[in-house]
Design a binder for this molecule. Structure first.
Ligand SMILES: [Zn+2]
Length: 295
């Protein structure tokens, strides 16, 4: 499942190719993803519109269109055309989703479900074999109120100033759940998945099964910066490996991070040589060093 750094890298990779491009045509396989794909609304609202920004929020990619752009297919203006602008497409990659930019003539693959054709001879394609991903279209009134609407249940970004020890401690004081599960709760903080929760707790020396409510201020003072550092390193790592999104081959094996604990059961800890252990916490694979993570 793509985690925050991967979505951020995709976002940064697509940005130079999509910004200021006009969406000319949209194609849809007709197969539902996690929810029905709002194809008719996208076709109606987006064709002929110019893309203004590509951003990320949590593990979602947001493609916004610009105000005051030409109407559909650059045909003669239609006086009745009252389509609003500044809509936002929101894409979630689910388990197996992938976004790539392809020349129009590139062969279509089996699981290419949505294709947004652009005026630069390229096409943004969403490929998703298991179809757990999602595409939403927010009309302008909803697009203007993302934080109180679509993202109302989503916690702040890990890089946000809102993520302070006091913020986490206020929520955690009522939580008996393991700290690792707490960090992966997107209502608490957005975008920390299983891999980076494991790695951040190792870097902070905190046992992943420790109850969230028992963490003191000094724990959070250690944990918050290491979460940011690890995510930043992962973004840099992905960004340096993906240099060009055109002809992207649809593979996602580009995060060759040197994990300290994740996936390293029974291998020696890089810090102390103890063997990394693996346990299940809230049904998720959890790796830790029994010596380094006693806190
Ligand atoms: Zn160790």
């Amino acid at each position: 499942m793509p985690e925050l750094p991967e979505v951020e890298v995709i976002c940064q990779g697509l940005r130079p190719h999509l910004t200021n491009r006009i969406i000319t045509t949209i194609y849809y396989s007709g197969k539902p993803l996690r929810h029905p794909v709002p194809f008719a609304a996208m076709d109606e609202m987006l064709c002929g519109q110019t893309i203004s920004t590509i951003t990320r929020r949590a593990k979602y990619l947001l493609i916004a269109t610009k105000d005051g752009t030409p109407s559909r297919s650059c045909a003669a203006p239609d006086a009745r055309d009252t389509r609003p602008s500044l809509a936002v497409i929101i894409i979630h990659l689910g388990m197996t989703g992938n976004l790539g930019l392809f020349p129009l003539a590139a062969p279509i693959k089996t699981h290419d479900h949505v294709r947004w054709q652009l005026d630069n001879g390229l096409e943004l394609r969403l490929n998703d074999s298991r179809r757990f991903g999602g595409v939403w279209l927010l009309p302008p009134e909803q697009a203007r109120n993302l934080e109180t609407g679509f993202f109302a249940g989503t916690g702040p970004e890990p890089f946000s100033n809102l993520c302070t020890p006091a913020y986490f401690m206020a929520i955690a004081q009522k939580r008996e759940q393991p700290i690792k599960t707490f960090l992966m709760d997107s209502k608490v903080v957005a975008g920390i998945g299983n891999i980076y929760a494991n790695e951040a707790l190792m870097a902070a020396g905190i046992h992943p099964a420790r109850k969230a409510c028992t963490l003191q201020e000094h724990h959070w003072q250690r944990l918050i910066p290491v979460i940011r550092t690890i995510l930043t390193q992962a973004i840099a790592c992905g960004g340096s490996t993906i240099s060009d999104f055109i002809n992207a081959n649809g593979e996602r094996g580009y995060f060759q991070m040197n994990f300290q604990v994740y996936g390293r059961k029974n291998q020696p800890c890089h810090q102390c040589g103890s063997l990394i252990e693996k346990i299940q916490i809230s049904g998720r694979a959890s790796y830790f060093c029994p010596h380094c993570q006693h806190g």
